[in-house]
Design a protein around this ligand. Structure first.
Ligand code: COA
Ligand code: ZN
Length: 321
């Protein structure tokens, strides 16, 4: 495909994969340890809403992210409904061994598109991460675990600024050569805009034809769902989001929450896409999460309810002059 060939938009009625990342991206930045049984209850409530893709934890150094030190116990405790895809983030071979041992269906490997963030996040240069992934992916392949190649800071870096789409496409190509079927473009600190999303997706399509693309936005600057609309216009059918709008990378300055799963599902369901998610049940899961976290979460639909929520006129003041 030529670099700027137009892509067919996702047609109305199509199935969109909503991947819930709250139990990973959301919890990792929470300072207070969330008890393992509460994490398990939230994952189970999220599955009960109809979500079938959940990133349930990370297999990273417990010193780097103490919140997710209970990864194995979370995996062992959750119910896995028919058709569920349980995934986890891994940074290295040790993470892959642990994830495969714990029985994940898929992993999300992580490397950043910017050198400085990769050093902050995984303490090694980009090239070392990529080289190490060869053995990592071979192990995962033998274990029958699917791989999504994660690319953090794909739309900008809080330390370096602009990240060229060619750099993102180059890493995507390396992932494809190592056997990944898809890549997930992480907008670590909410720097994506519709035009940068379009540029990155088109650059990958040109450099690595046939490679699946998932989009992972943070709503740091309020344009997360606008970026989803651009993704849909570019034919992308996989989006990450976090219950209640939790989220953020502890190793990226200025990180805030992911786009909110309830808000995304609301947008997709109301736009005629198929998500398989029941919004009311998802709002229940978000309320449970909010209670566990102990503060108001940034999501909108958790506060407003579905579009056709009706109020009793008798309980609303009349503006009599
Ligand atoms: N799971 C558990 N422990 C791990 C591990 C993993 N995946 N990888 C490394 N370790 C342990 C090692 O066994 C070693 O332990 P020891 O000191 O008790 O022997 C220690 O961590 C240091 O290992 P090393 O390979 O030298 O790692 P490092 O200090 O260079 O850190 C990472 C590299 C990748 C392990 C660390 O930076 C990390 O976990 N980053 C993840 C960050 C993250 O989750 N960011 C948010 C998501 S984007
Ligand atoms: Zn993220």
């Amino acid at each position: 495909m030529a670099a700027n060939a137009p892509t067919a938009p996702v047609p109305e009625g199509a199935r969109i994969t909503v991947c819930e990342v709250g139990p990973r991206d959301g919890f990792q930045i929470e300072a207070t340890f969330i008890p393992t049984d509460r994490k398990i209850a939230i994952v189970n409530a999220l599955f009960a809403s109809g979500l079938r893709h959940i990133q349930v934890t990370s297999f990273v150094s417990p010193r780097a992210v103490p919140q997710l030190a209970d990864a194995e116990a979370v995996l062992a405790g959750i119910d896995r409904p028919e058709g569920a895809v349980v995934s986890a983030l891994i940074p290295n071979l040790r993470g892959a061994e642990r994830a495969a041992g714990a029985g994940v269906d898929a992993v999300h490997s992580v490397v950043s598109a910017s050198e400085t963030h990769n050093l902050k996040n995984v303490n090694r240069p980009i090239e070392t991460s990529l080289k190490d992934f060869e053995a990592v992916f071979a192990l995962l392949d033998r274990a029958g675990v699917a791989i999504e190649g994660g690319i953090a800071t794909a739309f900008g870096c809080p330390f370096e600024g602009i990240v060229p789409p060619e750099q993102v496409a180059r890493i995507a190509r390396r992932y494809q050569e190592m056997g990944a079927r898809s890549v997930g473009l992480g907008d670590t600190t909410g720097m994506a805009t519709p035009s940068t999303v379009r540029a990155a997706v088109q650059a990958i399509r040109a450099e690595a034809p046939g490679l699946g693309i998932g989009l992972h936005f943070h709503n740091t600057r309020g344009v997360g769902l606008a970026c989803v609309m651009t993704g849909l216009a570019e034919g992308v059918t996989h989006y990450d989001a976090s219950v209640g709008g939790l989220g953020g990378c502890p190793f990226a300055a200025g990180a805030t929450g992911n786009i909110c799963t309830e808000d995304l599902v609301y947008l997709l369901n109301e736009s005629g896409y198929e998500t398989g998610v029941n919004l009311d049940a998802l709002i229940d899961a978000a309320r449970m999460t909010q209670e566990v976290i102990g503060r108001d979460l940034p999501g909108q639909v958790i506060k407003s309810g579905p579009r056709l929520r009706r109020y009793d006129p008798g309980l609303t003041a009349t503006a009599a002059g």
